[in-house]
Each structure stands twice: as structure tokens, then as C-alpha cells.
Design a protein. Structure first.
Length: 82
């Protein structure tokens, strides 16, 4: 779920030229998008809070988001630089 969330932010986010030209800026923008998505009722994090291992679930989810964001960066940066 985390990978999907991060990839969605990377693929569908609206980014500045600076963000599209700099990986760290792109990652930070995607992290902001992911953070904002957490306010919606259908976010999987609401389910995590009910589990005994909620902290571990959040950590795994956030690690997955970073994997998705980095994958999205590789995809988008190829199209920008071509």
C-alpha cells in the first residue's frame, strides 16, 4: 500500500520545474502530498491505529511510500531529461 501511495504522488502530483529537476526537491514535494493524503477517511492509516503493531505498520507503510516516490522520480526524470 505504501509503494502505491508514493508512486501515485509521484505520477499525479503537480511539480515545479525545480522539483522536476532536483531529486531531493521532488521527494520533499511527494512527501508533502503523501502527508496531505493522510487526512482523508479512506487512508489506510486509520486501520493501522486499531492494530497492536500500529507503529510497525506505519513504519512499513512510510518505507513503501519512499520506494514508490523514488520509482516515480526515476520514471518522471527520464521523461524530463529526454
Amino acid at each position: 500500500m505504501g509503494v502505491e501511495s508514493g508512486l501515485e504522488a509521484a505520477q499525479h502530483g503537480h511539480f515545479t520545474r525545480e522539483e522536476l529537476g532536483d531529486e531531493e526537491a521532488f521527494v520533499a514535494a511527494c512527501q508533502d502530498i503523501c502527508e496531505n493524503k493522510r487526512q482523508y477517511a479512506d487512508h489506510p492509516g486509520y486501520q493501522f491505529g486499531r492494530e497492536r503493531n500500529a507503529e510497525s505498520l506505519w513504519e512499513a507503510f512510510e518505507e513503501g511510500e519512499m520506494v514508490g516516490i523514488r520509482r516515480g522520480w526515476r520514471e518522471r526524470s527520464r521523461t524530463v531529461h529526454e
